[in-house]
Design a protein around this ligand. Structure first.
Ligand code: NAD
Length: 259
């Protein structure tokens, strides 16, 4: 059987990097794609150096390439899909993982902040799916995995923009699952719980050190630990491989969210 090819957005670090490694270990070719801008958000995003070092470190697990991508830009999305198909001869799995977090009280939260967050977390999923759909239709066993969140299942104070964006990702997932089912393309969402990435350490719980974060998660999460990028990789590979599963939004949250 030919190797499947997966394109993972936001793959320079964090959950995207973990997902990319799991797809390589499961025998896929992988293109990681990232804004790689470093600055430009409320906390530091993945950098060019991280994109390059992730690609070179993941090469130990299989054939991996890297490209720059801005998911808010349709041309850039088309170019990333082309980079994957040119490198590997096709595209079988799209993982829409690129995302940003922001929080704050509604009174202080500007419309500009709202638009920028929605451009990445929501429009980015739409633009990438649109850019990839022709290649996915041509594949034998195609899947889209959208990284939503448990914040797409339940609202949280000071998180209207982020939760709203992740509820939108679940809605887009269900709609595309129905629309693309006749083409044999499965579309699912993965809802991570709490993974100790930059989102937590540099923004949501920037006041806590790594040990305090882990302790807080041990108290909160029924299975007694924060989630890991490996947990997300395992679930993403499952969702991209299960032949009769489409339209689900799977919590990987140690029992913290069950809805
Ligand atoms: P992260 O900040 O470590 O990684 C996100 C990556 O996306 C970064 O490398 C960043 O450079 C990239 N990115 C940002 N804007 C982009 C753009 N316009 N185009 C392309 N790439 C862009 O964060 P993470 O925790 O690994 O988050 C990955 C995904 O998981 C996000 O969608 C996030 O909302 C979701 N998520 C995370 C958690 C968690 O606990 N960390 C929980 C639920 C959901």
């Amino acid at each position: 059987m030919n190797k499947r090819t997966a394109l993972v957005t936001g793959g320079a670090r964090g959950i995207g990097r973990g997902i990319a490694q799991s797809f390589l270990e499961a025998g896929h070719n992988v293109m990681i794609a990232d804004l790689a801008a470093g600055d430009g958000w409320r906390y530091r995003l993945g950098s060019d150096a991280e994109l390059a070092s992730t690609a070179s470190e993941l090469a130990a697990f299989g054939d991996v390439r890297a490209t720059r991508l801005d998911v808010t830009d349709a041309e850039s999305c088309a170019a990333a899909v082309r980079a994957a198909t040119d490198a590997f001869g096709g595209l079988d799995v799209l993982v829409n993982n690129a995302g940003v977090v922001d929080s704050g009280p509604i009174g202080d939260y500007s419309a500009e902040r709202w638009d920028r967050l929605f451009a990445v977390n929501v429009k980015g999923v739409f633009l990438m799916a649109q850019a990839a759909v022709a290649s996915l239709r041509a594949a034998e066993d195609a899947a889209i995995v959208n990284i939503a969140s448990i914040a797409g299942k339940r609202g949280a104070a000071r998180m209207a923009a982020y939760c709203g964006s992740k509820f939108a990702v679940v809605g887009i997932t269900q709609s595309l699952a129905l629309e693309l089912a006749p083409d044999g393309i499965r579309v699912n969402a993965l809802c991570p719980g709490m993974v100790g990435t930059a989102m937590w350490h540099d923004h949501l719980m920037a006041n806590l050190g790594p040990d305090e974060f882990a302790e807080r998660m041990r108290e909160l999460i029924p299975l007694g630990r924060p989630q890991t990028v490996e947990d997300m990789g395992q679930a993403a590979v499952y969702l991209a491989s299960a032949r009769n599963v489409s339209g689900v939004a799977l919590n990987v949250a140690g029992g913290y969210e069950m809805h």
